[in-house]
Every structure is written in C-alpha cells, then in structure tokens.
Design a protein around this ligand. Structure first.
Ligand SMILES: [Cu+2]
Length: 488
C-alpha cells in the first residue's frame, strides 16, 4: 500500500494531526453500512455553451426513484461553470419550464440586472447574462430566484456550481482534476412508490422548512466514489432547501478546512466536524491515505442540537413539524472507497498562509444595522417585522460604505442569512457556539441559530441598484423572509 502521500504544513508549529494509520489492506472494502452506498457518484459536465436552458422532464434517479424534474441543459445538478478571475462570463438563460424563473449567481458580485432579482423573472424566452468576474477564487453556485417558487425549482433540480479560479489559488497547487470533487448535498422526500415529491405542509412552510429523509449527493442517493490513498479537495455545497449538515467522517477523522463561501481562508483549519447550512460552501482537504480503516471513508452528517429559544415555540415546531427526520438528525451522506495505490504521490506543500486577506476594521464601519428575525403567528417569519414586497426598499446603503449588520434570531428555528453581492466577515456570535472554521474567511451566508445574535462586517462595493437579502431556508424565503437592499 502506498503511504507516501501526505499533507504537511511548511510553517513551524502548525502540525497536521496525523492519526495513526490503521488501514489493513487484507480486509475487504466496506463497512457495516456498505449496502447503504449502492450507486456510483457522478459529476455534472463543465458548461461548454453560451446557453443555460431550463427545461422540464420526468427523471429516473438511480434506477429506482422518479422525479418530475427541472434541469439546466439536461443535467442534474446543472453543468459546472468554471471560469477565471478577469474573464467575461456570458450566457443566455432560456426558460422552458412553463413558470416564472430567473437565475441568481450566489456569492458573485454583479450589477443589479445580472443578479437575478425576483422582479426580473421571465415566464418564457431568454434572459441575457453578461458580467466580468472580478472577485476571488471560490466555490460559488447558481440557482433560480423567483419569488415564492424558488424552493420547488431548486428542489426539482435547478442548481449548479460556479467555480472561480485565480492566480493566488492556482499557485497553491491544490489537488485538481480527478482529485478535486465538487459535491452538492441535498435532502429529499421519497414516497412509498419511489416518487421524489415536494409538498410542504403549512408548518413546514411557516416553521421548519422542508426536511427530507433521503440524501442525494450530486443527484445520486448516498453514492460511493472510488478514490486513491492520497489527498483530495472536496468542494462541499449545501444545496438543500432547509436541512443543515454537520459534516464529519464516521470514524471521527479530521480534515483540513481551506475555504468557505468567498474562497480560501487566511489559514487552514483542522477540524473533525463542520456545520454547513443551506447555501453555504466549504472547501476541505481530506487525506485518504491516513486514518481510515477497511479502505472506506464514510462521510456523514453528525447529530447536532438546535438551541431551543422559548419553550412554547420550540415545542410547537417539533410537534407541528414535519414528516421527515428533524433538524440535527444523523445521516449517512456518501462513502469513499479507498484503493490501494495512488497514481501520483506528490505531497501537498500546504503553506501556513493560504491567502492574503484584509478584512474591514470595526472602527471603519459607518453604522450598525439590527436585522431582527421574528416568527409571527399566522404570518410566518419576518425580517424587521416585515415580509417581502417586490419593490419596497428595506435597507439603503451607500456604495463604498462599510457596515456592521447584526442578525438577531428571536424565532425558534435556524435561519441561514444570505446577503447578495457582498462577501462579509463574521465578527461575533453570542452564546457558546463561537465561530466556525469557515467563518475565519469570507462569507455570503451565515447560520443564525435560535436565540443567537451574529454580527457581520462588509463593504458594499457592488454597482448601485436594487438587490435582496434573505433567509436561505428556501421555504422561509418563499414565504416572504426576504428584503430589498438598495445600494445608492
Ligand atoms: Cu429562515
């Protein structure tokens, strides 16, 4: 067995946690759960066209499930956009799904008419997109953004990766090609006949969001993927409507978090679990040559607790809740089946400093805004007491200003809050959770648990115009938990 591959830091004192190798090559691949992972992982193609056509078709998934699906260019998930900083991106969005839609490039800093504001929906025909990539390398993504029907459109298949590279990232020589795995994780509800269905009840729309009991990775239920005993780069995207994952390996092995929503972290962070809420991304390095037994690495979502905030509402969300497993339940995600030989044994010389970042200083903030997230009886979730209206300006900011926004979750359920056309730095979170490894870098979506106050800082450098910010629990968003942000 090849053991030459390894990760190491060049910085002194930043020791990579080397778990003792307990791999025994004589044992067969697979664990007790190996029959859970019955289908090979697949990857969408790279977008190689100037058209993104959304269309409807009846799909069969993994030979056993059916879905009244929506696809970009006949692919589920959609084709992967790969583009370099400085390049011009142009694509025609062709809407053939028979209902209103528009595409949002999540995490991208683009002009207002390129951002997929819900007012720009088209019910048929095409919408031209064209903008220059002028931001850091990172794992971004795209999905529809029509008001009230984003949830079902994403759920039925409209989502894809938007991967940006730049010189700084390429200089690191991170695992690429077959060793770089974009993985979108999504939960689904499947009925007894094998139909994947979307039919949220009132409590699901108003309280918990739509929580499924089956996991798809890149559209495949609990897949397996054959890997070599060497380091891999995993680009994880939580493309679920409402479910939060606590990314971990079954055996507790650690991994190296190198990036978040807005690209590389300043420094790598070692961790053995990582919360990933809907809309969030995490870029991690995993060394499959080390610490896994039985030639198997099982990626799971580890159980976690959602803080209760006010007994009655918390209990109600549990009682009225949903038919699927509750938020925080443990799930198998996928299995990596580790081969015995690595083609290339070049170690990764991961520097202690991954990226040179100047975050804004708190003293430079022009103001602090309070963004209160409330649950109102018979009305659903609100932002500062209001629900979305298409053209009402809720927050007006001056272009170039640095601001602190404080999200205050007074409700009984988690809210992953997403602000368009900015990347922010999380400054603080009340309570005991502290900041996550991904929150040492740039973020565009931040998880605000019940009872928490989370402060973020950002500079509004996007072109002037109307954008939105909202909860990325898509049922909350569709029910009106969204507001207009105007840059003037
Ligand atoms: Cu929410």
């Amino acid at each position: 067995m090849n053991r030459k591959t390894f990760l190491k830091y060049t910085g002194a004192g930043a020791g990579f946690l080397l778990a003792p190798s307990v791999i025994t090559s004589c044992m067969n691949a697979g664990s007790n759960d190996s029959d859970v992972y019955g289908f090979p992982l697949q990857f969408p193609d790279t977008l190689n066209s100037d058209q993104l056509q959304a269309s409807r078709s009846n799909l069969t998934i993994a030979e056993q499930y059916t879905l009244d699906g929506l696809q970009f260019n006949g692919s589920l998930p959609g084709p992967i956009v790969r583009i370099k900083r400085g390049e011009r991106f142009h694509v025609q969005f062709q809407n053939d799904i028979g209902q209103e839609s528009i595409i949002h490039w999540h995490g991208m800093i683009v002009p207002p008419d390129m951002d997929g504001h819900p007012k720009d929906v088209i019910s048929e025909g095409s919408y031209p997109y064209e903008f220059t990539i002028n931001q850091r390398a990172g794992t971004y993504w795209y999905h529809p953004h029509p008001h009230k029907i984003t949830g079902p459109q994403v759920y039925r298949g409209l989502a894809g990766f938007f991967i940006v590279t730049d010189d700084e990232e390429q200089a690191l020589n991170l695992p690429s090609g077959d060793y770089e795995l974009p993985l979108v994780i999504q939960d689904r509800k499947i009925d007894d006949s094998g139909n994947i269905y979307y039919n949220p009840s009132t409590p699901e729309r108003m309280m918990t969001g739509y929580l499924g009991g089956h996991i798809l990775v890149n559209g495949i239920p609990n897949p397996y993927h054959e890997v070599q005993p060497r380091p891999y780069r995993l680009r994880l995207l939580n493309g679920s409507n409402a479910r939060i994952y606590n990314i971990a390996f079954r055996n507790g092995n650690s991994f190296t978090v190198i990036g978040s929503d807005g690209g590389l972290l300043p420094q790598p962070v070692e961790s053995n679990e990582l919360l990933l809420a809907p809309g969030e991304r995490a870029d991690i390095l995993v060394d499959f040559s080390n610490g896994f037994s039985n030639n198997s690495a099982e990626l799971i979502s580890k159980e976690f607790s959602v803080p209760s905030n006010g007994g009655m509402m918390g209990n109600m969300s549990q009682l009225m809740g949903q038919s699927g497993p509750e938020q925080g339940s443990e799930f198998p995600l996928m299995e990596f089946r580790i081969g015995n030989e690595a083609d290339s044994s070049a170690p990764i010389d991961l520097p202690r400093q991954l990226s040179d970042i100047n975050f804004p200083n708190e003293e430079d903030a022009e103001r602090t805004r309070s963004i209160e997230l409330n649950m109102e009886m018979m009305r659903g979730h609100t932002i500062n007491g209001r629900q979305f209206e298409m053209l009402r300006v809720d927050e007006e900011v001056s272009q170039g200003d640095t601001e602190i926004w404080e999200f205050i979750n007074n409700s009984a359920v988690p809210h992953p809050m997403h602000i368009h056309v900015v990347q922010f730095k999380v400054l603080s979170r009340s309570g005991s959770r502290g900041l996550l490894p991904t929150e040492t870098g740039w973020k565009d979506t931040v998880l605000v648990m019940p009872g928490e106050r989370v402060r973020v800082i950002m500079t509004f450098d996007a072109p002037k115009g109307l954008y939105v910010f909202h909860c990325h629990n898509l049922e909350h968003e569709d029910a009106g938990m969204m507001a207009n942000l105007k840059i003037v």
